[in-house]
Design a protein. Structure first.
Length: 163
């Protein structure tokens, strides 16, 4: 069964948007995106906490926080870490996290362009691969990454350290 797009809540298609490094001024918009998209389920993100984390992460030379901006509005975001691995003969790997597009701007190619941007950045850095992990419950997200050429690989395990 195909779902009908909700044209009432969908924003008009936007072709013009830029992807750029996020700044401290973008943090409130990033937090709003996280909360609106329920990035971590029922977790409510706080601007001050995310701002502090943002500042710490900006000091890491291989960590990049990006935003997609359309009409002076942050409509998407993602984080990219280029991780050095000595076991890979100095061939780095890219890890992309917290990929989020404002629900009203989804299905307009913004997420796809953000991921293509991340792929190109990883190629420029000489990465051997780009990694993204997710649960197997979000079928739409899994299909999205498969359309970009991502393949399921191995098994992932989590140890909750909040004992």
């Amino acid at each position: 069964m195909t779902r009908k797009r909700d044209t009432q809540t969908q924003m008009p298609p936007t072709k013009d948007f830029e992807i750029r490094h996020a700044t401290k001024d973008d943090v409130p918009a990033i937090v709003a995106l996280y909360n609106l998209s329920k990035l971590e389920g029922d977790v409510i993100f706080d601007v001050k906490i995310v701002g502090n984390i943002f500042e710490r992460l900006q000091k890491h030379p291989n960590f990049h926080y990006y935003v997609s901006v359309a009409d002076d509005r942050v409509v998407g975001t993602f984080m990219l870490l280029v991780m050095e691995k000595s076991a890979r003969r100095d061939t780095p790997e890219g890890i992309v996290e917290n990929i989020t597009v404002h629900p009203k701007f989804q299905r307009q190619g913004i997420g796809k362009r953000m991921m293509r941007f991340a792929i190109e950045k990883c190629k420029e850095e000489g990465c051997s691969k780009l990694i993204f992990s997710t649960t197997d419950r979000n079928v739409r997200e899994l299909r999205f990454f498969e359309t970009l050429g991502f393949k399921r690989h191995g098994y992932g395990y989590v140890l909750d350290l909040n004992l």
